[in-house]
Design a protein around this ligand. Structure first.
Ligand SMILES: NC(=O)c1ccc[n+]([C@@H]2O[C@H](COP(=O)([O-])OP(=O)(O)OC[C@H]3O[C@@H](n4cnc5c(N)ncnc54)[C@H](OP(=O)(O)O)[C@@H]3O)[C@@H](O)[C@H]2O)c1
Length: 335
């Protein structure tokens, strides 16, 4: 998609994905009109403004705001063409302990983004989801599933407004804030790494992989899709071996709300899931577009009934050596 002259707003723009998107957009679309970063904490915005100084990036704007505040979003969305909704509470155990807060941000925030986008001239909204939204067992996942449902259903209430709402769902982002690799790197000085369960697996995606998916959704969505990447899994024990082969592993037991394996597509989703080549997409059970037209445009192939996409039964796996290379490339150059 040509983003020339477009104004883009990223909620949660000071987070891991927001910053990676900001770099990507300035590098690949220097002719954009404006890029607005919306988040709450002035300190994070201050730091990001040093990384992206206005002298070098004259189109960047920083907008303090909370996605819980619809009026503030309406103000922020004035003149915006594309909204990328990345703001979220994402720590599983904090959501379990503070459920009201998580609901207000992840569900209330999603509703506010939709309402504000419908009241302004926004034409494209891409919302970030997570594998934890698939058959959720924790509150974080449940709130993100609700958010996904809200964004998919928003296409039903847009009337003649040509706006499109779509969702991008993926697994653990290598090296993102609060993720396992930086955690292990910090812990390795103690000579012992805590492992919740020796059989635990996760999907693995790089930040750039996440950015590419968001750009794909901006470019290709017809509205109502949940896009899912085809990505490898890793065993948590292999991550530990890759980060610190010298450390012993201490099994500490699974934490509240955690799964042994993650899923991105359940067998019940298979009835509405299509293979697009690089990605899968789960379509709404009643899409607002012509399904045959969609299938022929994207050469989409319906997955077999009962298909599911699970990190424990994935066909593609990261190896310990492969993980070491990825950590060097994506997390820490000095590793
Ligand atoms: N990282 C992963 O492994 C992963 C995997 C799958 C999906 N995701 C999804 O991808 C998205 C981005 O994740 P990330 O890793 O970039 O998260 P992150 O680094 O934790 O950043 C979260 C961002 O959201 C902002 N934020 C939080 N609450 C807010 C609120 N009420 N109003 C406005 N801004 C708020 C934060 O800034 P302030 O605190 O200053 O407001 C920050 O900019 C999330 O939706 C997450 O669920 C992440």
């Amino acid at each position: 998609m040509n983003l020339e002259n477009k104004t883009i707003l990223i909620t949660g723009g000071t987070g891991s994905l927001g910053k990676a998107l900001t770099s990507h957009i300035f590098k690949n679309f220097p002719e954009i009109k404006k890029l607005i970063i919306l988040s709450r904490d002035e300190q994070k915005q201050f730091q990001m403004a040093q990384e992206f100084p206005e002298s070098q990036f004259p189109q960047i704007r920083f907008f303090l705001g909370d996605v819980r505040d619809e009026q503030r979003l309406v103000r922020a969305f004035q003149g915006v063409d594309i909204v990328i909704h990345a703001a979220a509470m994402k720590h599983v155990h904090l959501a379990e302990y503070n459920p009201d807060e998580c609901i207000k941000t992840n569900i209330g925030g999603a509703q506010n983004v939709i309402h504000a986008a419908l009241q302004t001239s926004v034409s494209n909204v891409v919302a970030l989801s997570t594998d934890k939204a698939c058959a959720p067992i924790n509150l974080y996942g449940a709130t993100k599933l609700t958010s996904d449902k809200l964004f998919v259903a928003a296409n039903n209430i847009k009337g003649t407004n040509p706006i499109k709402f779509s969702v991008v769902r993926y697994g653990n982002v290598m090296g993102s804030n609060g993720s396992v690799i930086p955690f292990f790197m910090k812990k390795k000085a103690e000579g012992k790494l805590p492992i919740t369960d020796a059989t635990m697996t996760r999907f693995n995606i790089s930040l750039q992989g996440g950015v590419d998916m968001v750009m794909h959704a901006i470019d290709q969505a017809w509205g109502g899709e949940i896009f899912i990447p085809k990505i490898p899994s890793y065993r948590i024990t292999d991550v530990a071996k890759a980060v610190a082969p010298e450390c012993t592993l201490e099994i500490i037991g699974i934490r509240p709300g955690e799964k042994i394996h993650e899923e991105m597509i359940t067998s019940s989703d298979s009835y509405n899931t299509y293979d697009l080549g690089k990605y899968y997409t789960i379509l709404p059970s009643v899409p607002h577009f012509d399904l045959d037209d969609f299938v022929s445009t994207f050469s989409a192939i319906k997955v077999t009934e009962g298909f599911n996409y699970n990190s424990g039964t994935n066909a593609e796996w990261e190896t310990v050596n492969g993980l070491r290379l990825l950590i060097k490339e994506h997390v820490d150059l000095n590793f």
